[in-house]
Design a binder for this molecule. Structure first.
Ligand code: IFM
Length: 486
């Protein structure tokens, strides 16, 4: 208190206000996305970004951003994968110090993640589906039924929605690649990635399949939460394999650059030759339900044996399809809350050729509950539509996401801001419409603006260097691009 008083000593309202205005101008200089030709999109995007800027921990690395920020009671302030996969990229690319604070929150919660893994009989660290102060699992086990509050519904996500451990590893690697913060990877990131890999090494189940030795991951929930207790969910298995590959690479990096840290981690996490052999074996033999002839990923084992839904139902639904069919009914049908194979393609967009994109797009987008399913879907569906070369289709998904809280299309804005969607809106604009991506030749753009947009401009920061992107499109659709250091 005394310090706060000393700090304002002598300050006048005008001076404080001017300092406030200057500070926000600095924030918007680095963090804005400018859209010309579409006032509503411009307003909505700034509204979304403001929510993240207001919620991001400036001075504290023991807190993060919850699924509803702190703007409502929905999800009780808990932190989900929403943070690492949807929200964090905006901060990684614009305000990396804030992203670092939020990754440190996960580091501080490692003891809870280790308790969760041990409690389930696995080695390593299993991050909780819903996280609060300690990193222990805080997902409620039972909640009142959505249409009959006298009934209780069992919530399984805290038990079996396990992809979050790899989602956190993904965010760590994204942060490291974009910022070049080697000290973070050495001192904190590597430990999270390696201990998460220990969990996956234990969680993957060896089995005999078609006469071959394989690994399965059974009884999970993937990002599409309409389907519970499924086996070999493609999103989960792919992420598990990716984390094991990444962990081997990170360990090698440590051994070469920081051998003392590698030795210390190897000691503390009990990494042995057998551990690494197990990881390699899982990488080679994990079941991935991918058909090389068609490019199709089955969302999970037996997905296409479930009942098909009349396309008319998707067109005319005025409520969530889980409400229409019931929890069990949706589980038994080919209907998605969010297109989890499409999300996987977005996260690893350059690993898949056009045929893979096309097949999975044609398969999963028509059977997704776009309007009343997960609010996490539309921003990534917009990004995916850009990857498909469909910017005008992308625009309708984009606006569904951008309006999530301003227009309340789902009717639940009162629970709090849809934080994941706000971050996803930035990704749809920057990775989708602008097509920003890291390549072997450096950062490239592949702009595809909606027909009526005249300009899309933003700054991103890589390895400390701010870079300005300015894309303009004339009435005839001619696009010009400036991509320059600021
Ligand atoms: O994390 C999400 C999940 O993907 C869908 N249900 C809501 C959660 C919190 O936003």
């Amino acid at each position: 208190m005394a310090r706060a008083l000393a700090e304002v000593n002598g300050a006048t309202y005008d001076r404080l206000r001017a300092a406030h205005v200057a500070a926000w101008a600095g924030v918007w200089r680095d963090g804005d996305v400018v859209i010309e030709g579409d006032d509503e999109a411009q307003l909505a995007v700034r509204f979304n970004l403001f929510q993240l800027l207001a919620a991001a921990p400036q001075h504290d690395d023991r807190v993060s951003i919850g699924a509803k920020t702190l703007s409502g009671y929905g999800y009780r302030g808990h932190v989900f994968w929403d943070t690492e996969i949807f929200i964090l990229p905006y901060l990684v690319y614009t305000f990396p110090a804030l992203a670092r604070n939020m990754l440190m929150y996960r580091y501080h919660s490692l003891p809870g993640a280790r308790r969760k893994a041990a409690g389930n009989g696995y080695p390593g660290a299993q991050f909780p589906w819903e996280s609060a102060e300690t990193g222990d699992e805080v997902t409620p086990t039972w909640v009142p039924h959505f249409s009959d509050p006298k009934k209780l519904v069992r919530i399984w996500t805290g038990d079996i929605q396990i992809h979050i451990t790899a989602d956190i590893a993904y965010a760590i690697m994204q942060y490291w690649r974009v910022t070049g913060d080697d000290a973070f990877l050495r001192d904190y990131g590597a430990e999270m990635i390696l201990d998460g890999a220990c969990f996956w090494g234990g969680r993957a189940e060896p089995e005999e399949r078609d006469g071959q030795r394989r690994y399965a991951i059974r009884d999970v929930i993937g990002p599409d939460e309409y389907h519970e207790h499924v086996d070999n969910n493609s999103f989960t298995n792919y992420m598990c394999r990716w984390q094991l590959q990444t962990a081997l690479g990170v360990y090698d990096w440590l051994r070469q650059r920081h051998p003392a840290v590698a030795a210390d981690l190897s000691d503390r996490l009990r990494l042995s030759a057998e551990t690494f052999d197990r990881w390699r074996d899982v990488i080679e033999r994990i079941t991935l339900l991918y058909d090389p002839d068609t490019g199709l990923f089955d969302q999970f084992e037996g997905f296409f044996d479930r009942e098909r839904v009349d396309p008319e139902v998707f067109r005319t639904a005025d409520r969530s399809l889980q409400v229409i069919f019931g929890i069990e009914g949706a589980n038994e049908r080919q209907v998605l809350k969010q297109a989890d194979v499409i999300m996987l393609l977005c996260l690893f967009r350059d690993e898949f050729d056009h045929r893979v994109w096309q097949t999975n797009w044609d398969t999963y987008m028509p059977i997704t509950d776009h309007r009343y399913g997960s609010s996490l879907g539309p921003s990534f569906h917009a990004w995916a539509a850009c990857e498909m070369g469909l910017p005008d289709e992308a625009y309708s998904h984009f606006m569904l996401a951008a309006r999530a809280d301003l227009r309340n299309p789902r009717g639940n804005a009162g629970d709090g801001i849809h934080a994941a969607s706000t971050g996803g809106v930035w990704q749809a604009a920057v990775f989708g419409f602008a097509g920003l991506r890291p390549t072997a030749e450096g950062w490239t753009l592949r702009p595809q603006l909606p027909r009526h947009w005249r300009r899309l401009s933003f700054t991103y920061r890589t390895k400390g260097q701010p870079v300005q992107v300015d894309i303009r499109q004339d009435e005839g659709g001619e696009v010009s691009v400036r991509h320059t250091n600021r």
